[in-house]
Design a protein around this ligand. Structure first.
Ligand SMILES: [Zn+2]
Length: 322
């Protein structure tokens, strides 16, 4: 990761073995030595993490607390191994709960939720079973106790930093901001080399209807335009200085992609499954979860903007542009 050096933040890059590339962990030397994010649960990543700490004059035992930007397995994977050796407080958004507590009841409910959801989206039965369980993470093996942080929270030992809720990429997503030098630890909200994935999640109690992650993502980006950022430290890839420009470009790209979906409705109403087939005729079968949730997210946005309508027929949702 190429970046301007920030005196009191160490950046540690660890492998994920995923197309997104390595993940960045941050060691903030606040009143307490704070680790932000915990990589993927890979032996290789654990070894590199320990080596990187040693190179910087630290060991696992020096870390005093952990903050998680969100619950995805490339950001929480090493937490168990760390806590086994050094049981320290972990701070995370309350929506990390089902994942950090390995809540089987939630995962079971999520399967039911997605089965119904895919039926409503007109997905043929033959795809549904595979789809409904395809977003499960089983890399975290044991439960992690953690302390809730939300918008506006202050974390003890990190008094210069503010917590911002930045949902969209995940329902548990937070970012950290330090007004003194306008440094922003963005997690996966801002990624320079590729679009942040937008994932649908089953509602987490007390919520009962699904969130609209792309709309949340846009709101999170717009929130970042309301305060100055000198440097954004991303969960993946290079740090970013031109944050405003990056956000405006990202918003423009989303608009363009939404219009492309809308154009497919020119010749009549369609389900999101039919749209996904039309948009990605060669790819849809192998990456259906990703492509379908992407299409649904763009449709959510078009509906919210009153650019298209939806109607329900025999339990199936059709989108129409008239
Ligand atoms: Zn990530």
């Amino acid at each position: 990761m190429k970046t301007t050096k920030i005196e009191d933040i160490e950046i540690i890059e660890l492998p994920t073995e995923w197309p997104i590339g390595p993940v960045n962990l941050f060691l903030i030397k606040g009143e307490k030595l704070t680790l932000v994010d915990a990589g993927r649960r890979l032996e290789r990543a654990w070894e590199q993490f320990n080596a990187a700490l040693n190179e910087r004059g630290y060991s696992i035992m020096d870390i005093e607390q952990v903050v998680l930007t969100h619950h995805h397995t490339d950001h929480i994977g090493l937490i168990n191994w760390l806590l086994e050796r050094n049981p320290i407080p972990v701070y995370a958004h309350p929506n990390c709960r089902p994942y950090l507590e390995q809540d089987e009841k939630y995962f079971k409910w999520a399967r039911t939720f997605f089965t119904t959801f895919f039926q409503e989206q007109g997905v043929p039965e033959k795809f549904i079973k595979r789809l409904a369980s395809s977003n499960e993470d089983d890399e975290l093996k044991t439960k992690v106790d953690f302390i809730n942080i939300e918008e506006g929270s202050f974390i003890p030992g990190l008094s210069e930093w503010r917590v911002f809720e930045t949902k969209g990429h995940a329902q548990s997503h937070i970012s950290l901001y330090r007004p003194r030098d306008q440094v922003f630890v963005s997690g996966d909200l801002l990624i320079k080399h590729m679009p942040s994935g937008i994932f649908l999640e089953a509602p987490i109690a007390p919520e009962s209807i699904r969130s609209k992650p792309l709309i949340q993502y846009i709101e999170s980006l717009e929130k970042c335009l309301t305060f100055p950022v000198s440097l954004a430290l991303s969960g993946h890839g290079e740090a970013m200085e031109d944050v405003q420009q990056h956000i405006h470009e990202t918003l423009r790209k989303i608009d363009k992609r939404a219009q492309r979906v809308k154009n497919f409705l020119r010749d009549g109403k369609k389900t999101s499954f039919q749209l996904t087939q039309g948009l990605y005729p060669d790819k849809y079968e192998n990456a259906l979860w990703l492509l379908l949730t992407d299409t649904v997210s763009l449709l959510d946005l078009l509906v919210a903007r009153n650019e298209i309508q939806l109607e329900v027929e025999n339990g199936v949702v059709y989108y129409l542009w008239e």
